[in-house]
Design a protein around this ligand. Structure first.
Ligand code: PL4
Length: 411
């Protein structure tokens, strides 16, 4: 028989989000009358907007005609969409040939790991979106050691805590590492300044590192002084790949559409082009994003689409403010609960001193019937934190906020 891929043995128990869904199902089975509200997974809840959804439905109808039908497209994506992304998001920082359209940022993150093989050292912010570490583990980029608690021999965690303003100590990163960096950050919401990202880019340049910059939440940045793309930082084109997505601003979590940017200046140690190999990965291992989704993406980037996306993001940011206000209540303040909400991300990161995050998760579920995400699922530095997601219908968010204030008793 064929042997199991040993890398799977090194993964921590279950993938975070299915594990939360399982606990919710178990709780519901035991408490069938509980009206559970989710502030857990970062999953959009509001309907597709009219201009964007109409563009997709028109496209579907045209696919039903001889003139309008099209089959496989270019694996790298529709040229018009690549050009529009370069124009709208990058304004001269990246060109259309550096834009690769995909089925989402998560899928790109997983595929990117094939570019670097399993001998590369990995540095991740701690806490971080679990795919960076789990994806690295699956391809075997963990070094020879087996699981050491939450750590792996070649995966280096960079604690990001209130104590360091959620910006890691870069001196802990080994030379020639792949650095996963997410801003606005999931789960902390921290959004790096120009100065911070300049430090990161300069460090990467000096130490032969490549940054995988996850900008999936860039549309939530409301503070004009904060960079929306790593390419606003001089020198970044030589050291950074960026991934981004229509999932959150356009509500495309189910439609599936994202993109990556691989600048032409980015090179491997032997001087060969990373863009060239990425083009090979995308054309060989991927068959192009859905042409229907791409029609929606194009509509999302014209004036009406941009207005609609801003409206959606504003809605979720207002939800976040409602949750933040509830958690800043005197009852929590007196207990020493710390609420981190930047106004530039859809997540709140909340520290419950002295308590373990799964314990807090269970209590919030039991006392308030609200699902959250335990910080420990994002890495060791998340162990006393809970992530509250602002993706939800307004009435549910208001109800959840009320229950937190009225019912939650943790200490
Ligand atoms: C649950 C930093 C959410 N089943 O939709 P995509 O693939 O374009 O983007 C995924 C993604 C990429 N980068 C970051 C993200 O936070 C996400 C989505 N994260 C969350 O609650 O943390 C949804 C997670 C989904 C998953 O596993 O990704």
């Amino acid at each position: 028989m064929i042997k199991r891929n040993k890398n799977f043995e090194k993964l921590t128990a279950g993938y975070l989000f299915p594990e939360i869904a399982k606990r919710r199902r178990e709780y519901s089975a035991k408490n069938p009358n509980a009206k559970i509200i989710s502030l857990g997974i970062g999953n959009t809840t509001e309907p597709l907007t009219t201009h964007i959804s109409k563009a997709m439905s028109d496209y579907v109808l045209s696919l039903g005609t001889v003139e309008g039908y099209s089959g496989y497209g270019d694996e790298q994506g529709n040229t018009a969409l690549r050009e529009k992304i370069a124009e709208v998001y990058y304004k001269g920082y990246a060109t259309a040939d550096e834009v690769f359209i995909s089925d989402g940022a998560k899928c790109d993150i997983a595929r990117i790991q094939t570019l670097f093989g399993n001998k590369v050292k990995i540095a991740v912010q701690d806490p971080a979106y679990p795919v960076y570490v789990d994806g690295s583990v699956v391809i075997g980029a963990t070094g020879s050691a087996n699981v050491q608690g939450n750590g792996y021999k070649s995966v280096f965690y960079l604690p990001c805590l209130p104590e360091n303003n959620f910006f890691p100590d870069l001196s802990k990163i080994k030379k020639n590492s792949l650095i996963y960096f997410c801003s606005p950050n999931n789960p902390t919401g921290a959004t790096s300044t120009k100065e911070e990202l300049t430090k990161l880019v300069d460090f990467a340049k000096l130490n032969g590192c490549i940054i995988i910059f996850d900008a999936a939440y860039s549309a939530f940045i409301r503070d004009e002084s904060l960079p929306k793309t790593i390419y606003e930082i001089p020198g970044s084109r030589e050291v950074a790949i960026e991934v981004n997505s229509f999932s959150k601003p356009a509500g495309f979590t189910g439609v599936r559409l994202g993109w990556s940017i691989v600048p032409n200046e980015l090179k491997f140690a032997d001087g060969t082009s990373v863009n060239k190999d990425w083009n090979r990965v995308m054309t060989t291992l991927f068959n192009g994003a859905s042409n229907i989704a791409q029609a929606g993406g194009l509509a999302a980037l014209d004036d009406d689409g941009l207005r609609e996306m801003k409206g959606l993001v504003d809605y979720y940011l207002e939800n976040a403010r409602i949750i933040a206000n509830a958690l800043k209540n005197d009852k929590f303040k007196k207990a020493g609960v710390e609420v981190y909400f930047t106004g530039n991300a859809p997540y709140l990161w909340v520290r419950f001193p002295g308590l373990k995050s799964w314990e807090v998760f269970d209590k919030i579920l039991d006392q308030c019937h609200v699902v959250t995400t335990p910080g420990a699922g994002f890495g060791p530095a998340g162990k006393s934190f809970i992530r509250f997601s602002s993706f939800g219908h307004r009435e549910n968010v208001e109800e959840a906020a009320k229950r937190l204030v009225e019912k939650l008793n943790l200490y």
